[in-house]
Design a protein around this ligand. Structure first.
Ligand code: ADP
Length: 527
């Protein structure tokens, strides 16, 4: 059955049509052949019987007259010669004694079988045996025995079977040809549908249509198929247009981003030189004011006291106060510009990516923070962390910023706790590791949880020092690693910063085993 199921539709139809046709033909032939062979056999019996009847009639009188009339009987019996099937015949008188006999020339001399009183036929092997009583005017005068050979009948049957077999073969062949031709009416439209489906699969061209040849069920199927193609084609078109638009917008966005980064870089870089000048000249101005003040001291007697008082107010009050504001503002601006420069530099230098041992990386960061952690009495715990795939310098920056913040924004009212944990994740886009830096610090209100990753967004600018850049840098680096970063937090309880990064890659068998085997470099404009 499995074999049949796996046959092509074409072959299935041929097999079905042939099976039905051959069963009918086979049955018809068997019935016909059996009936005809029976008829042939009956013909032999009937013709032998009829000949026997004629012979019995012709021989009844000489048999009745008895001895001396054998010659007449033998003459009658010799006429059996014209019936080729009869080979022997014997006539017995009423006493059961052989009266006359006929033997066909050339046929085997067989002894007549035991005499049967009543006439009956018996088919034994290759012969038909027939006994028949002989009557003369209703008085029995003897018995006739005839032996007819089946050889001619067998030859006839053989010839007949041969003819029928050839006819059968011709019919089978014709049925096959017809089946092969007829199956096309059903299979061809289905195969055509399969061909079109295959073409579409290969070319991805949904604009093609199948041509209907009739209004039968296959015609309905074709209409449905064409409607489906129409729909897919329309959706494909819409999707292509949307994708093209998306690509265009992405490219535009990338250009704008690049432009913006360039502006940020150029401004933050170039604004520093006038700032240095302002700082320098402010200092110069401070020296000049000091010199002026000293000069005033030496020329105190020659200067009228009204002018001296007015100058003292300017030289010791207004100018130093203004200079103090200028210097503190330039220092603030300098720190903002250097932060901006740092942020715009992320992602512009060529960095190499490799499998990173995160236990080692966190241990290095912990060493760097050890003094501050101890000083703040913080309990720090790091679980066994799975490796990830990235750049060690940039990831060091990410986790240093997160750990630094966790330490910076602890709640002074309770002992601090910071931990780093991780779990592997299997996703459709690829395996990743989700790291979590958790603290029991002051927490972040829900409305600020997304904004803290924006540049310069600070929640408590007066309480702690900072530029509002740390998390923006974390976000930029993690995005560059095709990862994600987000925060879950409850004010007054603490925060959990989640960082998802691509899992470490498996080393190809036969590689030298070093992480370098999987290194690749992400290139950006080198500065
Ligand atoms: P900075 O620390 O220099 O202010 P960040 O970008 O690192 O800049 O952080 C932005 C703001 O997010 C911080 O000013 C702070 O208000 C908040 N923040 C960051 N980390 C935490 C934390 N672990 N707990 C509470 N608040 C945090």
């Amino acid at each position: 059955m499995k074999f049949f199921q796996n046959l092509s539709i074409k072959n299935k139809l041929v097999v079905i049509v042939l099976t039905v046709t051959l069963s009918v033909i086979g049955l018809g032939f068997t019935v016909m052949v059996t009936m005809n062979i029976n008829t042939f056999e009956n013909d032999l019996l009937n013709s032998t019987k009829t000949t026997g009847d004629f012979l019995a009639d012709a021989c009844s009188m000489p048999l009745f007259l008895g001895q001396g009339y054998e010659r007449e009987v033998t003459d009658e019996m010799d006429k059996l010669n014209i019936q080729a099937t009869i080979e022997n015949a014997v006539i017995y008188n009423n006493a059961g004694v052989e009266f006359a006999r006929y033997e066909r020339a050339g046929s085997p001399r067989l002894a007549p079988p035991e005499l049967h009183k009543e006439g009956y036929k018996e088919l034994k092997g290759n012969y038909l045996h027939l006994w028949r009583p002989i009557f003369l005017k209703n008085e029995r005068v003897g018995t006739l025995y005839i032996r007819a050979s089946r050889t001619i009948l067998n030859e006839k049957i053989n010839r007949y079977l041969k003819t029928m077999s050839i006819s059968l073969l011709v019919l089978i062949f014709l049925a096959y040809i017809l089946a092969v031709r007829a199956q096309g009416v059903i299979s061809e439209p289905i195969l055509n549908l399969a061909r079109v489906t295959g073409d579409i699969k290969e070319t991805g061209d949904y604009s093609v249509r199948v041509r209907k040849t009739g209004e039968d069920e296959i015609g309905v199927l074709y209409t449905g198929f064409n409607n489906m193609l129409e729909q897919i084609h329309l959706r494909e078109k819409q999707r292509d247009e949307a994708e093209a638009e998306q690509r265009r917008l992405m490219a535009e966005l990338a250009d704008k981003n690049k432009e913006l980064e360039q502006v940020v870089y150029v401004t933050s870089h170039d604004l520093r030189s006038p700032l240095v000048n302002i700082q320098g000249f402010s200092k110069e101005l401070a020296y000049s004011v000091d010199e002026l003040s000293a000069l005033l001291q030496t020329q105190a007697e020659e200067t009228p006291s009204r002018v001296k008082e007015k100058l003292a107010l300017i030289i010791e009050g207004d100018i130093p106060d203004s200079l103090k504001f200028i210097l503190s503002s330039t220092a603030k601006m300098d720190s903002l510009l250097s932060g901006l420069l740092k942020l715009s530099r992320v992602g512009h230098a060529a960095v190499s990516f490799a499998n990173i041992d995160m236990n080692e990386l966190i241990s290095e960061i912990h060493n760097a923070f050890e003094f501050h952690l101890k000083e703040a009495g913080v309990v720090f715990k790091a679980a066994n962390l799975p490796p990830c795939f990235g750049n060690d310098v940039e990831l060091n920056q990410v986790f240093s910023n997160l750990l630094g913040n966790a330490l910076k924004y602890l709640d002074r009212g309770r002992p601090g706790k910071i931990s780093i944990t991780a779990q592997r994740q299997h996703q459709r886009e690829g395996d990743s590791v989700l790291y979590c830096v958790e603290d029991n610090g002051i927490g972040i209100a829900p409305e600020h949880q997304k904004k803290v990753f924006e540049i310069f967004h600070r929640l408590h600018p007066e309480d702690t020092q900072g530029e509002g850049l740390g998390l923006a840098i974390v976000h930029k680096i993690v995005s560059r690693h095709n990862g994600k970063v987000w925060v879950e937090s409850e004010p007054g309880k603490g925060s959990r910063f989640h960082v998802s990064l691509p899992a470490a890659r498996k080393l190809e068998p036969g590689s030298d085993g070093s992480d370098g085997a999987n290194d690749f470099t992400l290139v950006g404009p080198d500065r």
